[in-house]
Each structure stands twice: as C-alpha cells, then as structure tokens.
Design a protein around this ligand. Structure first.
Ligand code: 2AM
Length: 220
C-alpha cells in the first residue's frame, strides 16, 4: 500500500520500521528547475489547498518501488548497476491532470521525449521484476508532478476517492487562457535510486545511488 497523504503516510512509516520507501527517478537540470520554480510562484495561489512539491524535490519518476526491507537496497542497487540504456533529450512543455482534468488529483508538467525514455523505464521495470518488485500494469506516462490535491497519491491511475473536485478549478481556468508553458530541454546523463521519507511537512527525497545513462550518438 502506498500514499502521498501526510497523515496516512506517517502511520505507514511508523508501521514500517525496517522498511524504506523507494523509487527510481531522473533529477532535472537547474535551469529547468528555476523556470518551474518561477512558474509555481506565479500560479500557486490559484490552488492554495493543493500540496505543492518543493522546487528542490522536483523529479521525474521512472519506477515507483514502494516499501522494501532495508536490506534489499543493496540488491536493488546491484540490479540497477547492470543497466545499460540511453535516454535522449526531454522537452518540458504544457501541463495536465491525473487521473483526468475533471477529477484532478495530480497537477503535472508534460514531457516530450523520444522512444529512449520509455525504453529506459521498461528496462528498469524488467530489472526490478527480476527482484520480485511488481511490474507496472500500465504504459509509462512521463510527467513531472508539481502539486497534489485531494487524495494525495502520485499514481496516474484512477484511485479510490478520485472524483470531481474544485482543488485545481481556479488554476485550470487561469491556465486555459495562457499559451502552454515552456520550461526547456535537457538530456539526462544519470538516473537515481531515491528514498522517500514522509512527514506532515511533505515528503523528503534522498538520493541513495546514481547510475549512468549512456547517451552515445548512433553510429548509423
Ligand atoms: P510522481 O510524483 O512522478 O507522480 C515518490 O513517492 C514518487 O513515486 C512520487 O513522486 C510519485 O511520482 C511516485 N508514486 C508515489 N506513489 C505512487 C503510486 N502509488 N504509484 C505510482 N507512483 C507513485
């Protein structure tokens, strides 16, 4: 079970001593983080009840692992260390809502990528499945979460409790009158195993290990 809701998250954390909440993600370049941060400063007040991700915590999730025993971290690191894959440029542009704009729980920024990034996510998913970490049931949908509203979880899928709500209504009205926001392009050179620690002040994300992405140009 997993949740980004602070109260439930705290309870889960206390029940899960000896476990770590893990996920695999890309970090974002400082220039893009800076533009996102300015964008958030400009729009945050249009959804004051949402929980906005702190700029230094912004990331692009490739695989959510969930709670695993502390002693499985080394095995996960070893598995990730054997991955050899490319990523290619990522263009951050536009926005959307999970699971749908009419029942919004997550406000995200869109990512335009080549086929390399979904391939990297699939390779990671397969590698983690070898360690009995459940595979993703749905296709990878690249996004960068900026804020979470009712219900909290970061999952793109429909979840119990999702439904029409007004948390992002004012924000949606304002954004619909503007051109799609642009945040720039970056090519990732590494991905990270992260630990997530939940608290009433929001999640704290710590990098446990980094893994190189080989972005060699095609020779053909
Ligand atoms: P997202 O913000 O990119 O959507 C750490 O908790 C990260 O894992 C979150 O930032 C979220 O990524 C993702 N995550 C959390 N709960 C999840 C869930 N139940 N299913 C899928 N991804 C989840």
């Amino acid at each position: 079970m997993s949740s980004e809701h602070p109260a439930l998250a705290l309870l889960l954390t206390s029940l899960n001593a000896g476990f770590m909440r893990l996920f695999i993600a890309l970090d974002i370049d400082d220039a893009i983080r800076e533009r996102l941060s300015r964008f958030v400063d400009g729009v945050r007040n249009f959804a004051p009840d949402a929980r906005w991700v702190r700029p230094d915590s912004l990331h692009v999730t490739l695989k959510f692992i969930g709670e695993r025993p502390d002693d499985s971290v080394e095995t996960i690191k070893q598995g990730l260390g054997t991955i050899s894959a490319a990523a290619g440029p990522i263009h951050f542009r536009g926005y959307g809502f999970f699971p749908t704009p009419k029942s919004p729980r997550v406000f995200w920024i869109g990512m335009e990528t080549g086929s390399e990034l979904p391939k990297l996510a699939a390779i990671i998913d397969d590698k983690m499945a070898d360690l009995e970490i459940p595979k993703e049931e749905r296709a990878f949908s690249p996004h960068l979460t900026l804020a979470r509203g009712a219900g909290g979880s970061g999952s793109p899928r429909w979840r119990k409790g999702d439904g029409p709500n007004r948390v992002f209504q004012h924000l949606q009205e304002k954004l619909s009158k503007l051109p799609p926001p642009e945040f720039g392009t970056m090519t990732p050179h590494e991905f990270f195993l992260y630990r997530s620690q939940l608290s009433p002040k929001g999640s704290k994300y710590t990098k446990l290990a980094s893994f190189a992405i080989c972005n060699l140009q095609s020779q053909f």
